[in-house]
Design a protein around this ligand. Structure first.
Ligand SMILES: NC(=O)c1ccc[n+]([C@@H]2O[C@H](COP(=O)([O-])OP(=O)(O)OC[C@H]3O[C@@H](n4cnc5c(N)ncnc54)[C@H](O)[C@@H]3O)[C@@H](O)[C@H]2O)c1
Length: 359
């Protein structure tokens, strides 16, 4: 089997999840790690038995990596992604793709000119109940998807925001719940119902006075198909309750998943505790399958380490996309759409109007 030499940029919390995946993936040669905190890089490298570097340039030159996974804070995704892609090194970027559309465009341009694959992490797309929703919608089982809802009722405490200096600040995080916790579900919604025509949004900080960014956002999306969706994402419920995505079709049938029970997991701080399950399935003739799906989803969840397994699947997809010469399942263009949705919600509140998205 062809194997790809791959390194990690950013030896923090989510870096460990990718390190676990790359250490066990048959498609990977885990070839190096780098962090601008040299001590952190050395400790991380020692733990996984791979060479460590205190900057990306040295890792690219000395570890001969063919691909990298970018695990730095989001406003720092673009610079290493562009440096790698410029050299033709394939790039998988943690979500969100970046904190600005200008960064996204520069990353896409670098990947195009460098001939590099550019993928964006959205590991919940690989959840079995979400895959089931996608397959049902693509098979036309709900007619056309005409109405969607994302509801995230989650929680982050003060210790979470204090855990790293970049969290909770506009300049170093680029926003709050929208830019950090919501990209997964915005990506899935766009995947199931997109493309998006326009967005109207509002956001607020309801009960996190120790951070300057929003802990809650609401939005209404109009899709180019004429379909509509609502988004309510919040980190202000203590304890966290659930995150769900539901899609209703033109034939009246509905499909849905609870992707997260309780609060969404925090890499390096908490685990995925409840199985992602379908919680809604009214496709004519398939209503009775819901209980079976839930049983299967529970069994699948108990058979894996769910905190790392879906990153494993996406890293594997990315490596295979390189070997097979096909686009990764979640592309840079997909990541840009999510950042465009997020920035449109911020702008909509600031400008008191719906924001049209680019075509
Ligand atoms: N897919 C998921 O479920 C998931 C989960 C957690 C985090 N993330 C994303 O991963 C990214 C990192 O989050 P985290 O929680 O691991 O953060 P973290 O603070 O724990 O780790 C970030 C690391 O990047 C390093 N770093 C900063 N600038 C650098 C640079 N220029 N070059 C090299 N290293 C640099 C820091 O020293 C730190 O070690 C964020 O964009 C976050 O949204 C995704």
């Amino acid at each position: 089997m062809a194997r790809v030499r791959i390194g990690i940029v950013g030896c923090g919390k989510v870096g460990h999840i990718h390190a676990a995946a790359l250490s066990s993936l048959p498609e990977a040669v885990f070839a190096g790690v780098c962090d601008n905190d040299g001590r952190r890089a050395r400790e991380f490298g020692a733990r996984y038995g791979v060479p460590a570097f205190d900057n990306l340039t040295r890792m690219l030159e000395e570890a001969a990596v063919q691909a990298v996974v970018i695990c730095t804070p989001h406003p720092v995704h673009a610079a290493p992604a562009i440096e790698a892609a410029d050299r033709g090194v394939h790039v998988l970027v943690e979500k969100p793709m970046a904190a600005s559309l200008a960064d996204c465009d520069a990353m896409l341009e670098a990947a195009r000119t460098g001939g590099a694959h550019l993928g964006i992490v959205s590991q919940r797309r690989f959840f079995p109940p979400v895959v089931r929703m996608k397959e049902a919608i693509d098979a036309g089982k709900i007619g056309t998807p005409v109405l969607g809802a994302v509801v995230m009722l989650s929680w982050r405490d003060e210790a979470y925001y204090r855990s790293d200096p970049w969290r909770g600040r506009w300049d170093t995080e680029g926003g709050g719940v929208l830019i950090n916790q919501s990209p997964h579900h915005l990506d899935i919604l766009e995947w199931l119902m997109g493309p998006v025509e326009e967005i109207t949004g509002n956001w607020a900080n309801l009960n996190h006075p120790y951070v300057e960014v929003e802990d809650t956002a609401l939005a209404i999306i109009r899709f180019r198909s004429g379909g509509l969706a609502s988004i309510m994402v919040s980190l202000s419920q203590k304890p966290g309750i659930y995150t769900k995505i539901h899609v209703h079709g033109s034939n009246g049938a509905s499909v849905g998943a609870q992707t997260d029970g309780g609060a969404t997991f925090i890499a390096g701080m908490s685990s995925v505790l409840e199985p992602p399950v379908n919680d809604l399935w009214t496709i004519p003739g398939e209503e009775h399958l819901l209980a079976r799906f839930q049983q299967e989803d529970g069994d699948a969840f108990r058979a894996v380490d769910a905190t790392t397994y879906y990153h494993y699947l996406q890293d594997q997809d990315f490596l295979r996309s390189i070997v097979e010469g096909r686009p990764p399942s979640v592309t840079g263009e997909d990541g840009r759409k999510v950042v465009e949705m997020i920035t449109a919600i911020y702008r909509s509140q600031a400008e008191h109007r719906p924001i049209p998205l680019s075509r």
